[in-house]
Design a protein around this ligand. Structure first.
Ligand code: NAP
Length: 480
């Protein structure tokens, strides 16, 4: 550095709190530079200071940067670059050309590219690759872009403790991982700089694993809503001239919710059953499942949580039945007519048994449903062993499906055989929704029969059908 440069640096150096000024005696590994004093730069600087690093900001306007964390230094870019080996670039990609004249100062430095884009494929190459092309003498590492300024300032929670990094230089990545670890983050090395575009797409994703389950939920809800609307409201209007459209708000909703819930719960267990049959058919577990099955299996948690949501709505709708105006009206009307006509009705024990059993199975099913939902929380999963988790999610899950299916069968009770149930020759919604869970339960029953279960267990332990013939040595007993 020339004497003139040194005096320039002195004049452009601004300490925000002389008491806590970044200690020049700190070794270079303990000093970090951040280019950009905006939202992310500010939050990152604060966290770095809290972790014990000396922080030097590089800014276009070092004298007027007023909202920086106490203890940080702010310099012009050229001077700041010389103060640390590791530089976080908290500036939008559109402005990266300011780095070109700094190529000399940035030679050999580790540049961490934090940038994100507004949409996928916004630029022909990844921001990190672009940065590397602008400053070829530096080692560019992509990373930390999945964190937000807000989460950095408030301390990362479990969900955003994970950061991903990628880059060509192993040494540079190690330096970045060391900083991440000191900040309480967990850094995962995703490989070379060619992965940068994928990392840049991460923050643009909007609930990627929820998309398919949400589409299924919306599609099923809409289809069953219109089906039930035609069967109840329109049917009553056309055949009896009665307007029962007020039933749309609660009665219809309370039929759609359990129907969608039960179908989605079956959809949650169907792929596992199909996968078992596929393994049985193929006689091996070493062949990949088709993509559609893989995708389906990956969204089982979301399918299950959505079905729990619908079950919860069903419970709420059911609880409000006694306070509905129409229900109170009909109960009062019925009681008054009994008194007027001096009539009484007999207590029917069969109906009481039926009602209580149907309600009880629903309550037990919902209780297990909630348990399944709780065991899908990351903090609960972490406290369970694999065996405990699979016991709850598989054994108790199928039991939940069985209870909820039985609840629906009991709801139908003797109406399955009554011709008046089939308005316009169509079955009621609850009958339609029983098809899928019944199929899943039957298939599961087949899978747990001892001979099938034994074969599936052997396949899952690595046995392959036909392997004995292919390699007869394998089938020889070890002890003759
Ligand atoms: P910001 O608040 O707009 O700050 C950007 C900073 O860049 C400015 O404060 C400015 O600092 C500097 N800058 C602006 N124009 C410049 C130019 N022409 N030349 C040189 N420097 C210039 O943006 P941000 O939200 O902090 O985001 C910064 C980068 O981090 C973006 O690429 C963004 O995608 C990424 N990111 C942000 C977040 C977040 O939560 N905000 C999360 C992940 C990633 P000086 O005035 O000090 O020079």
């Amino acid at each position: 550095m020339t004497g003139q440069e040194r005096s320039e640096e002195k004049s452009e150096c601004v300490s925000l709190s002389p008491m806590m000024e970044a200690d020049p005696a700190l070794p270079e590994s303990e000093r970090v530079c951040v280019f950009g004093t905006g939202d992310l730069g500010h939050s990152l600087g604060l966290r770095l200071l809290q972790a014990g690093y000396g922080v030097v900001f590089g800014s276009r306007r070092p004298h007027s940067s007023s909202r920086l964390p106490h203890g940080a230094q702010v310099l012009g870019h050229a001077a700041a670059a010389q103060s640390a080996h590791l530089i976080f670039i908290a500036v939008q990609r559109e402005h990266y050309d300011f780095l070109v004249p700094l190529a000399n100062q940035l030679k050999g430095k580790v540049l961490v590219d934090l940038s994100n884009n507004l949409r996928k494929n916004q630029y022909p190459e990844a921001n990190a690759e672009y940065l590397q092309s602008l400053v070829p003498g530096a080692e560019v590492v992509k990373g930390f872009n999945t964190l937000s300024a807000w989460s950095l300032q408030n301390g990362p929670s479990d969900a955003n403790r994970q950061v991903y990094i990628c880059g060509e230089s192993a040494e540079a990545k190690e330096a970045v991982i060391a900083v991440a670890t000191k900040l309480g983050l967990s850094a995962l090395d995703r490989g070379s700089i060619s992965v940068a575009r994928e990392l840049e797409d991460f923050p643009l994703q909007l609930f990627p694993q929820w998309r398919l389950p949400l589409r299924i939920a919306i599609g099923l809800s809409a289809a069953f809503f219109f089906y039930l609307l035609i069967r109840y409201v329109i049917y009553a209007y056309v055949t009896q001239g009665k307007d029962i459209s007020f039933r749309i708000m609660v009665s219809l909703a309370n039929q759609v919710c359990p129907i969608v819930s039960l179908i989605m719960l079956s959809l949650c267990y169907l792929p596992g059953v199909l996968a078992s049959f596929l393994q049985l058919y193929r006689g091996t577990k070493y062949r990949r499942f088709p993509n559609w099955l893989d995708r389906w299996m990956l969204c089982r948690k979301q399918l299950g949580l959505l079905s729990l949501g619908f079950a919860f709505l069903h419970v709420l709708y059911t609880l409000i039945i006694p306070i509905r105006y129409s229900v109170m009206f009909w109960v009062t009307e019925h009681t008054v007519s009994l008194i007027r006509e001096n009539r009484t009705t007999m207590f029917d024990t069969t109906t009481a048994w039926h009602d209580d059993s149907y309600l009880s199975l629903g309550i037990l099913g919902f209780g297990l449903y909630v348990l399944l939902g709780i065991t899908s929380l990351p903090s609960v999963i972490n406290s369970l062993s694999w065996r405990e988790f699979s016991f709850v999610q598989s054994k108790l899950g199928h039991l939940t499906l069985l209870l909820c299916t039985a609840h629906t069968y009991l709801y139908g009770w003797n109406r399955f055989l009554s011709s008046s149930t089939y308005k316009w020759y169509t079955p009621p919604g609850y009958m339609l929704c029983l098809v899928l869970p019944s199929v899943v339960l039957l298939l599961k029953l087949l899978l747990i029969t001892p001979c099938v279960d034994r074969t599936i267990t052997r396949i899952r332990q690595g046995w392959e059908r036909g392997a004995d013939q292919r390699n007869p040595k394998d089938s020889q007993p070890l002890i003759p």
